[in-house]
Structure formats: structure tokens, C-alpha cells
Design a binder for this molecule. Structure first.
Ligand SMILES: *[C@@H]1O[C@H](CO)[C@@H](O)[C@H](O)[C@H]1NC(C)=O
Ligand SMILES: *[C@@H]1O[C@H](CO)[C@@H](O)[C@H](O)[C@H]1NC(C)=O
Ligand SMILES: *[C@@H]1O[C@H](CO)[C@@H](O)[C@H](O)[C@H]1NC(C)=O
Length: 890
């Protein structure tokens, strides 16, 4: 009878760990990791963490069997420069597991094989900065006061919001056809009641009189400062508030109204400082049972030369969101297409916007024209109204009674779409994430029909890389939603992977074989048969993803096109004049929505070409394609997607990733690292004033092409081809941080030395510290207090990081960023992820050692720093108490 009781208590504690708000992070004193534990592989979570020398902080976001763990940072300067001890510990275990030596004393405590098999994934969590998509330039002057129709409407409907007349995206007096067209819905009482949208952004001013009544605190959290409420604290923390106002500004006497003005908004703050992957993953699943929509107006830099997407854990969170969020109906992720249009950037080089799990929203301006900042690509689903041709978006601003008149960019387009989705979910809460996408495809309205960018799809709809399926019309969308028959479950077909001329690429992107990309391009085909569809229980096509393995000395020259059996062409990659990277496309995945509802049976061909100069060249190594769509028979068998650990190897490892016998270490994240641009980059300052266009195709056709006009001389190109051209500064950024932090740690050590060894030594260190301080004069004044504080316990973590971020906010252009990187050569080793599931296959030796008991010493001495204040504090720290609970339950 005692056992059940223990069990109940254990379960209770366990639950309470899961239910806690995320614990405060202490990046200055600890290294954080995410451990994916396979509970069926033999070793308990405690055994794994013991063997790795880490402690559990909490479950990682909403990801089951993923745990945020941490280890105290090494305290001596020497250790800090060495390899990561935790990742090294796993590697050692792995080595011992494979070598099969049994003499080690260690062997008795931890059977390496069991541990290694049970640790499915282990990755270090580094801080990275995401980029907002609509920084606010100051608007030169105000114009166009509220004209009559909006005034009349306001009078009739009792709207007293003083700036309502300026909200042309609600009622456009000047060009009445160009607006979100939601006022008719309001008259029908459709105002988004009961729907919650999370603004995953910077702060959200819940004290604003325009938002307070619709603020949803339960679903809000600040992942930058690790406090409950997303309070805007930085000088430029107004982005989230403005986006929130577009969706749910209250109908009252303050500023304007939101599109779904009776819906609720939560603020999930991630953009006000660097953030780790697992916190970003958690933010995208935050309160995901109650929250329906996640409005995301950010992404990788829109500089026309970045190519990066969500990491493994973030992808998992998105998949978890659509599969399990909202009671299984799926979270609706809305992403802004990006503001890099003027730099030739395309949303297919951004793994968030080209994810099939997000609705990608680009912008049109109040005249219905395409603003040149708005990015085009085959993954664009829809456009919504935003700044351009002289008008911006008027919305709530930070402050009790404040209004913003300079909002815009694709970042303002995404919340306008989110607001419409909130209206639809208000009347049809049963619609799934895919129903929302289908409704976009069905109800998008063609604008500027003479624009040559429009093409007919096989299903007979107009599609454009600039406008997607057209402009989102709130009235049409919600009307269609009211009668919508929910679509059947999603499934997919992976077509075989084609290796071109024996092309291969390994985990570290070294390639062999492949066909040189000659003038005119290299083509390859894949066949889809009726039997394949039948066998896979696949009925109707929705998205297509295409993964390519291409090497090239200048990535921006590469063009990739997919042509369907019906002759419909999707341009997946067009030239990007600023993209000098020499890393090619190593297993990059593109996406197209242009073949929605097309019959996929027949030959699909891909053509890879490069229109660049001769001295830049490359090879096409291979490709594959995945068809996504609905099932034929809901009760039949069908595949449900799971994120593979590794999908960038050619030829790929066996499909069910976990038994892959080949790879044990994921590639260093060099390809997906990030520059840390200033948040105000990439949206041109005149985004609201520059005249839009509606007369030129987004990608002037493959062959004819635009003249090669890039100014890059051979010399420039080759110098750019070194590491600096590829966006690696993200890693550099973190190393800046960690080095700064370590510099300060060192400073504390120096203080200690003063006490211990006397004045002479003290003077020496003091002088050096002064020099260091001089290097960072832009640190806030309060810093001195912290600097002279001897206490190194927890609290210093995130705010410090944020301040440092502010200090370096000035360093925006790439030269500066590069310099920063170079100034700190001690850079961290690239982040390495481990994957060790391969041993699962080999259980024969699993029982060879005695089980490890909880009261045995769990960690080799070198894993813990006994003297470090952090490890001493961790046991009793209130914020991190969850670890205590977690281990008690085992
Ligand atoms: C906007 O909605 C109204 C219904 O309120 C509809 O009659 C009208 O046609 C719509 N306008 C556009 C441009 O679609
Ligand atoms: C949110 O969802 C949880 C269950 O997941 C529920 O207990 C809670 O009451 C909900 N909160 C609100 C404010 O609806
Ligand atoms: C690819 O490899 C096979 C056998 O390994 C060989 O017969 C064939 O010639 C190779 N093809 C090319 C194009 O190199």
C-alpha cells in the first residue's frame, strides 16, 4: 500500500514540475542543454543526467521527453577555453560504448551503451537574437484626415476611437477597395470573442488603455527577462504592442480599434535580447491549449544573403503545435514574409516562412500595390495590407494613451491576417490549422490582374510570388469559414532521393560526385504514380517541399525551378545579388504552395542553373521532394510527420531516423548561425512612402534573366567567400557575450587576488579591468554597481545579457559585426549536437553492468565545480527549485 502512495506523490510532484512557469535562466553561471530522453532505451533520466554531469531544470517547453538541463560553467579560465565538458562527456561515453572496453571503473556506475542509447539528442543552448520585421522610421508628416465614409461608419456604429479615421486598413476612404474588409463582420457581431492570439515579439504594453481589457496574462511570458509579464522595457520595445493593437485594440476612446477587437492578446517576449533555441521553441508552444494563433513578425535577417531556418527543437515545437495544440486542431502560426525585397531577399531562404506549418503573409499597400520591401517566393500564401505609397498603419503604441502612426512592413501585414483568422475562429473554433490555410488559398482575391507576376495554377487559381493567392479579404474569408467543411487529416509522401552522378554529402557538408552546373542548367526528374498515391492513402495535394544538395562558390547565382507534370513552374530560388556565400545549398528545403490541388501524377522535373560569372561554379548533387496533402481514408493507415534528427545527408539515412546506423554527431550549426543585425535593419526607412508597383514579375524568368550586375569583383568575391560572408556572426555574437561574461568573471577573480595577494597584484589587475571597462563605455551606468558586487549568484544572468545586447545594438552593419567577431578570437567551438540513438539496435550488451542506484555518487568529480557559487546556489535557489522536485520524483 505504500507503493501507490509514493507513486501518487511522485506523480503529483512530476505534474507540478510540468506546470511551473519556466525557471529563470542563469547563462552567466551555467551552460544550458536540451536532452531528449528515450525512456524505453534502458537508462533512466537520472542516470543520463548523472553520467553527463548535468542537473534538470524543467521540461523543455511543451516537448515531451525533452528536458532543459544545466551544468555550472567551469570556473577556471583554462577550462573555459576547452571543449564543452557535457558534450565531451557524451562523446566519451559514446566512444566507450563502441569500443566495448570494460575495464574502466566508470563502467560499473554507468553503462555507456544504455546511457548513450537513451540520450536521443543533446544540444547546447546558446543565445541568439531574432530580428523584428518592422522597425519604425519616423514618419515625416501626417496627411489624409478621416474622410466621410469612415466617419459615417464610426458615428453609426458608435466608435469613439479618435484615430479610427486614420485606420485605412479598416475603412479606406481614398481607395475603398483596399482594406481588410472586416467592418461588415463587426456589424454581424463577429468580433473575435473567445479567441486568443499570442504576439511572439518584444514587449506588450498591457497597461495601455487600448489593450488592458483584452490582455490575456495567463498565456503571456517574458523569455528574455524570465518574468511573467512581457513588459516593454527597452527604448524600442514597441513592436509587439503595435502588432497587438492591430489585432485586439479595444473599442473605446483611445487610438483606434483592432480587427478582432473583442478577442484577447497575449505577449510572449523573445525579441528583446538573445534567446536560446529551446526558449524559442517553448515560446511557440506557450499556453498552446488556450492560445489559437501565434503571430510572428520576425525571422532570420532580411539581408538578401542569409539562408537559415528553425533548428531541430524549434521545428519540433512547430510540429508539436500543429499536431497537439488547441486540443489537436493545431496552433495557427502566422509569419511575416520578410522585409528584404529591396535586397533581393526571398522568403524561400527563410525556414520559418517556407515551413508548411506557417501561413506566410506578405504585404500590399493602401493602393493595392506591391511595396518593394515585401519579399516574394513560392511559399507566399497571401498578402495583407501594410505600409507603402505614402501611408502607414495606425495602431496602439506603448504608453497609457498612445497611438503609433508609422507602423508597417510585412510585420504589420502578418497581424492583420492574424486578426482575420481570429474573427474566423471566433465563429468556427473547430477549424484546424490546415483549414485556415485552405481558406486562404480559396478566398485570396486577385489584385492588379495585369501584373505579369500572376500565373494560373493547374487548379485554375491565379498565383503570384509577390501576392501568393491574393489579398486576404476578411469578409470573404469569414463567410467561407462559416460554411467550411473541415479537411481530412494530413499525410505526406517522401519521393525517393535522387543522387545525381553519384553525388553525396556528409554531415559536415563535404561533397563528392554530382554534376557540374553548366550554362543552361542541370535537370533531373522524379515520377509520381497513381499507385504511389493509393499506397500512401494520399488524396489531394497541398504543399510541396523540395530538398536540394548543391555546392556553389557563389550561392546567390543559383536558380532552382520545379516544373510539374502539368507544366506549372515554381521558381524555388531566384538570383540573390548580395548572397556571396560559398556554402551552396547543403540539404536546404524549399517549399511551394503553387501546386495546391494539382494532380501530382506524372514526371516532376527540377532544373538547377546559374547565371553568374564563370569563375563561380558549382555542382548539383541530388534532390528529393515531399508531397503533403490530405488522406483518402481517415480510417486507413497514413503517415504522421515527425521531425527527423538529421535530414541534410545525401544519400539520406534510413527513414525512421532513430535507428540510423551512420551518424552520431549532428553537423555544427555553422550553416544556420545568425548575424545579429540591429532590429531596425532591412526595412527601408521609406517603406511607407516609396511608391509600390504592380507591373513587374518577382523573378524575371529563369533563362532570360536580368543582366548580371553585381559589382563584386573577383577579389571581393573571394574575400567574401571566407567565413565572414556567410552569416556566422550569430555564433560570434554569442562568443562576444560569453567572452564578456568571462571577462567579468575574471574580474571577480581579480578582486579575490587583491585580497589574497596584496596591493601590488591588485593594482595590476585593477589597471587591466579599467582597460576593459573603457572598451565597453556604452554599458549602462548601473553597470558599475554590478561590476563591483562580489556576489556572483544567479540574479546577474539575463538582465546583464540584455544590457550587453543594448550596448552592442549600435554595431549593426556587417563590417562592425565582423570586427567584433575578430576582436574575440577565443570564440566558442561551434555548437555540436549529439545523436546516439544508433545503439538501440544492439541490446545484447544492455544487461552487462549492475544498475546504478540513486544514492551512488552520480558524477565524476571533474564534472562539478565544488567551489563555484553557482553550484552551491543551485540546490536552494528558489527560481530553480524545479530541479529539486524533478529528482525527488525519480
Ligand atoms: C467587403 O465586405 C462587404 C460586406 O460587408 C461586401 O459586400 C463587399 O463586397 C466587400 N468588399 C470587397 C472589396 O470585397
Ligand atoms: C487554459 O488551459 C488550461 C488547461 O490547459 C485551463 O486549466 C485553464 O483554465 C485555461 N485558462 C484560461 C484562462 O482559460
Ligand atoms: C556511379 O557509381 C557506379 C558504381 O559505383 C559507377 O558504375 C558509375 O559509373 C558511377 N557514375 C558516375 C556518373 O560516376
Amino acid at each position: 500500500m505504500r507503493l501507490p502512495l509514493t507513486l501518487v506523490i511522485a506523480l503529483f510532484c512530476y505534474e507540478s514540475v510540468l506546470a511551473l512557469k519556466p525557471a529563470k535562466r542563469h547563462y552567466s553561471t551555467h551552460d544550458y542543454y536540451v536532452l531528449e530522453h528515450d525512456p524505453h532505451a534502458g537508462a533512466s533520466l537520472d542516470e543520463c543526467t548523472g553520467a553527463l554531469g548535468v542537473e534538470i531544470v524543467e521540461q523543455a517547453g511543451e516537448l515531451r521527453n525533452h528536458w532543459l538541463v544545466r551544468a555550472a560553467k567551469p570556473s577556471s579560465e583554462l577550462n573555459k577555453r576547452g571543449a564543452d565538458r557535457v558534450l565531451q562527456a557524451l562523446e566519451d561515453l559514446r566512444a566507450r560504448a563502441t569500443s566495448g572496453s570494460f575495464w574502466s571503473r566508470f563502467e560499473h556506475a554507468h553503462h555507456p551503451r544504455r546511457i548513450v542509447s537513451s540520450v536521443k539528442h543533446l544540444s547546447r543552448q546558446d543565445l541568439r537574437q531574432r530580428v523584428k520585421r518592422a522597425p519604425p522610421p519616423i514618419r515625416p508628416g501626417d496627411d489624409g484626415d478621416g474622410a466621410e465614409t469612415s466617419q459615417a461608419f464610426a458615428a453609426r456604429m458608435g466608435f469613439e476611437d479618435p484615430e479610427f479615421g486614420k485606420q485605412w486598413h479598416l475603412i479606406n476612404d481614398e481607395s475603398p477597395h483596399h482594406m481588410m474588409n472586416v467592418t461588415g463582420l463587426w456589424e454581424m457581431g463577429i468580433t473575435g470573442r473567445g479567441v486568443i492570439t499570442a504576439l511572439v515579439d518584444d514587449g506588450l504594453d498591457y497597461n495601455s488603455d487600448d489593450l488592458a481589457a483584452n490582455f490575456y496574462a495567463y498565456g503571456s511570458y517574458d523569455f528574455n527577462d524570465h518574468v511573467d509579464l512581457p513588459t516593454p522595457t527597452l527604448f524600442d520595445d514597441h513592436h509587439g504592442t503595435r502588432c497587438a493593437g492591430q489585432i485586439a485594440a479595444v473599442k473605446n476612446d483611445v487610438c483606434g480599434v483592432g480587427i478582432a477587437y473583442d478577442s484577447q492578446v497575449a505577449g510572449v517576449r523573445i525579441l528583446s535580447g538573445p534567446i536560446s533555441d529551446i526558449d524559442e521553441a517553448a515560446s511557440l508552444n506557450y499556453d498552446y491549449q488556450n492560445t489559437s494563433i501565434y503571430s510572428c513578425s520576425w525571422g532570420p535577417p532580411d539581408d538578401g544573403r542569409s539562408m537559415e531556418g528553425p533548428g531541430y527543437l524549434i521545428k519540433k515545437a512547430m510540429v508539436n503545435g500543429v499536431q497537439n495544440g488547441r486540443d489537436g486542431k493545431g496552433s495557427v502560426f502566422v509569419f511575416a514574409s520578410g522585409n528584404g525585397g529591396r535586397s533581393g531577399d526571398q522568403c524561400n531562404f527563410d525556414g520559418y516562412t517556407n515551413s508548411i506549418f506557417s501561413v506566410t503573409v506578405a504585404a500590399v499597400d493602401y493602393k493595392g500595390l506591391h511595396p518593394d520591401y515585401s519579399e516574394a517566393c513560392a511559399a507566399n500564401m497571401i498578402v495583407a495590407y501594410s505600409s507603402g505609397s505614402g501611408n502607414h498603419i495606425t495602431t496602439t503604441d506603448v504608453g497609457k494613451d498612445k497611438c503609433a502612426h508609422s507602423h508597417g512592413g510585412t510585420s504589420a501585414a502578418a497581424p492583420n491576417a492574424a486578426g482575420v483568422f481570429a474573427l474566423a475562429l471566433g465563429v468556427r473554433p473547430d477549424l484546424s490549422w490546415r483549414d485556415i490555410q485552405h481558406l486562404c488559398v480559396q478566398t485570396g482575391q486577385q489584385i492588379n490582374p495585369d501584373d505579369p507576376d500572376w500565373e494560373q495554377t493547374a487548379a485554375g487559381r491565379p498565383f503570384s510570388y509577390k501576392y501568393g493567392y491574393g489579398v486576404l479579404n476578411g469578409y470573404e474569408f469569414v463567410q467561407a469559414a462559416q460554411d467550411w467543411q473541415p479537411v481530412k487529416s494530413q499525410t505526406y509522401i517522401n519521393l525517393p532521393t535522387v543522387q545525381i552522378a553519384n553525388g553525396t554529402m556528409d554531415l559536415f557538408q563535404s561533397a563528392s560526385g554530382g554534376e557540374p552546373i553548366v550554362p543552361g542548367g542541370v535537370s533531373s526528374a522524379l515520377t509520381v504514380t497513381q499507385e504511389m498515391l493509393q499506397e500512401n492513402n494520399f488524396e489531394k495535394l497541398e504543399h510541396i517541399t523540395v530538398t536540394v544538395w548543391i555546392t556553389h562558390t557563389r550561392r546567390g547565382d543559383v536558380q532552382v525551378e520545379l516544373v510539374s507534370p502539368n507544366g506549372i513552374k515554381s521558381v524555388l530560388a531566384a538570383r540573390r545579388p548580395s548572397d556571396n556565400a560559398n556554402t551552396g545549398l547543403p540539404g536546404w528545403t524549399f517549399m511551394t504552395v503553387k501546386h495546391w490541388d494539382e494532380n501530382p501524377v506524372g514526371d516532376w522535373s527540377i532544373r538547377v542553373s546559374d547565371e553568374g560569372k564563370e569563375y563561380d561554379s558549382g555542382t548539383f548533387l541530388g534532390w528529393t521532394m515531399t508531397l503533403w496533402g490530405s488522406v483518402i481514408d481517415e480510417n486507413g493507415e497514413f503517415k504522421v510527420y515527425d521531425v527527423p534528427l538529421i535530414d541534410t545527408i545525401l544519400p539520406p539515412t534510413p527513414e525512421d531516423g532513430d535507428d540510423s546506423a551512420t551518424s552520431t554527431i549532428a553537423p555544427p550549426s555553422g550553416t544556420t548561425s545568425k548575424i545579429i543585425p540591429k532590429p531596425t535593419e532591412h526595412l527601408p526607412p521609406d517603406h511607407g512612402d516609396a511608391e509600390g508597383e504592380a507591373h513587374s514579375p518577382a523573378f524575371p524568368g529563369g533563362q532570360q534573366g536580368t543582366p548580371v550586375d553585381d559589382a563584386a569583383s573577383p577579389a571581393e568575391t573571394s574575400s567574401a567567400n571566407s567565413a565572414t560572408a556567410t552569416p556566422t556572426a550569430d555564433e560570434g555574437w554569442f562568443s562576444d557575450l560569453s567572452n564578456l561574461v568571462s571577462n567579468q568573471m575574471w574580474f571577480f577573480v581579480a578582486i579575490g587576488a587583491v585580497v589574497l595577494f596584496g596591493l601590488g597584484a591588485g593594482l595590476f589587475f585593477w589597471r587591466r579591468s579599467v582597460r576593459r571597462r573603457e572598451n565597453y563605455t556604452s554599458l549602462p551606468a548601473g553597470d558599475d554597481v554590478a561590476m563591483s558586487s562580489i556576489r556572483v549568484t544567479g540574479r546577474r544572468g539575463m538582465p546583464r545579457t540584455k544590457e550587453l545586447y543594448d550596448a552592442f545594438g549600435e554595431l549593426s552593419d556587417d563590417e562592425d559585426a565582423d570586427e567584433e567577431t575578430e576582436l574575440r578570437p577565443g570564440a566558442r567551438s561551434p555548437r555540436v549536437e549529439f545523436h546516439s540513438g544508433f545503439l538501440d539496435d544492439n541490446p545484447s550488451t544492455a544487461g552487462l553492468t549492475t544498475p546504478r542506484y540513486k544514492d551512488e555518487p552520480d558524477t565524476p568529480q571533474h564534472e562539478r565545480e565544488p567551489g563555484s557559487p553557482a553550484s552551491a546556489a543551485s540546490g536552494s535557489g528558489s527560481g530553480d527549485g524545479s530541479w529539486e522536485h524533478a529528482s525527488e520524483t525519480r
